[in-house]
Design a protein around this ligand. Structure first.
Ligand code: SF4
Length: 445
């Protein structure tokens, strides 16, 4: 059968879709480029914002017309929205054949095959801690792929007051170091040069779900990084997304000393106001957050940081917002995912009465976006005149004479292709000029 998968939301969802594609291809199915040519449509959904759910529901709703024309078409919803609403979705979307939550994704191929024999609705939304390993080794990989995402943990135990993830992704589980190392070794044998380690809270890897900050000399995540760094042929290791409290001295030291661990670090802040951090149930203060940043800056002089921030959290005052803005400027973030708070039903924050008006959220969001743009342009200018080592990705989508790659701190670099350069090559580029989004230069020996 021809399967079309549409993915909404985060990188973990992208990875789940890739794993499902890999499992389906291994069973002899093929992947469709468009919904029209497919026999099976799967929507891998996100619940982080109400808007993401409405978008997916709207899209699946439209597919009712296609199903009228093609009655054999199988339509399924998987992922966080499936887990969040389960059977309820069938009331609004009665033409859907299966609903599979986050803990049961490995059963997608079986369900599709059962549906091709007999049309009964399938709703699977219970937890299954085995899902991580069952899906881990499935990749829809092609031979030129130099980049792969590797899930190392799943779920979250932190219960930040605004976040639906612990409810839809379940409790935190970690894979075994040996299994991850084996998987990455296989990826590298297939040509992968760079991996992105994924988890809702990667830095809590291997701590057994304990939410208390570990001692300074403890970090199973650092132990994993050490083992991955030893893999011959692997060039770069990135990770997302870590909760700040798990940045122990041991982890900071590993990031600073392991040459393959990239030095653009994502450290979600969410707010620079202690009052709001407390309401968010984020268990660190702005000062503790800055302490981690400063330790990283001290150990890795060229480090850059990315972060996540929510503006307009309930009861956020102008002073709270100013504290966030000041902290963002003080750290000098050159990459930030800036979100306007949107209440999620079932989370504690959604029950707080004093919700910030939409226009205030918009205004604060714009201010941070403008600050970010200015910081990014200023930062990009510091690269002009330097030589950067980049991992080559391939031809640029807009201009095939130009090729692109990335520096260790994630800057996009455009350069003119030369004979012998291939995706995965490591080259030096002399940076000549820059834009807000990219650096431009020429290859040097
Ligand atoms: S740590 Fe991240 S995934 Fe976990 S509850 Fe908080 S925001 Fe959600």
């Amino acid at each position: 059968m021809k399967i079309y998968i549409k993915t909404y939301g985060c990188q973990m969802n992208e990875r789940d879709s890739e794993a499902c594609s890999g499992m389906l291809v291994a069973r002899g199915h093929s992947l469709a480029e468009t919904e029209k040519e497919a026999d099976v449509l799967i929507y891998n959904t996100c619940s982080v914002r109400d808007q993401a759910e409405r978008k997916a529901i709207g899209k699946v709703g439209i597919m009712k017309r296609l199903k009228r024309k093609k009655p054999d078409l199988i339509i399924g919803i998987m992922g966080c929205m499936a887990q969040n609403h389960g059977e309820e979705l069938l009331k609004e979307l009665p033409h859907v054949d299966f609903i599979i939550g986050t803990g049961q994704l490995h059963k997608v191929p079986d369900i599709i095959e059962e549906l091709s024999n007999e049309r009964v609705k399938h709703v699977l939304v219970t937890e299954n801690p085995d899902v991580l390993d069952e899906m881990a080794t499935h990749y829809a990989i092609d031979n030129n792929q130099i980049f792969a995402q590797v899930a190392i943990t799943r779920g979250c135990n932190r219960f930040c007051s605004y976040c639906i993830v612990p409810y839809v992704r379940g409790r935190e589980i970690s894979r075994k170091i040996a299994d991850i190392v084996k998987e990455v070794n296989e990826l590298v044998q297939n040509g992968v040069k760079e991996i992105l380690l994924l988890g809702q809270n990667v830095a809590a890897f291997g701590l057994g779900g304990d939410v208390n900050p570990p001692a300074p000399d403890v970090s199973p995540f650092a132990d994993l990084l050490v083992e991955l760094n030893d893999i011959e042929g692997l060039e770069r290791i990135r990770f997302t997304s870590p909760y700040p409290s798990y940045f122990t001295d041991k982890l900071i030291n590993a990031i600073a000393t392991l040459p393959k661990v990239c030095n653009n670090i994502q450290l979600p802040l969410q707010s620079g106001s202690d009052r709001i951090l407390k309401k968010m149930n984020r268990q660190y203060t702005a000062e503790q957050y800055l302490e981690i940043i400063n330790k990283l800056k001290k150990s890795i002089p060229e480090v850059t940081f990315a972060t996540d921030v929510i503006v307009g959290f309930p009861e956020e005052t102008d002073e709270d917002f100013a504290a966030t803005r000041d902290l963002l400027n003080e750290v000098g973030f050159v990459n930030a995912y800036l979100f306007k708070y949107s209440p999620r039903q079932g989370t504690p924050a959604a029950k707080i009465a004093d919700q910030v008006p939409q226009e205030v959220k918009e205004n604060r969001h714009q201010i941070l976006l403008e600050d970010l743009k200015q910081r990014t342009v200023a930062h990009n200018k510091t690269f002009v005149g330097t030589t950067q080592q980049i991992l080559v990705e391939g031809p640029s989508k807009r201009n095939s004479e130009r090729w692109t790659g990335k520096t260790t701190n994630g800057k996009h670099v455009m350069f003119t292709w030369q004979d012998g350069i291939q995706p995965g090559s490591i080259i030096n580029v002399a940076i000549k000029h820059c834009s807000t989004a990219s650096l431009f230069g020429d290859i040097v020996e």
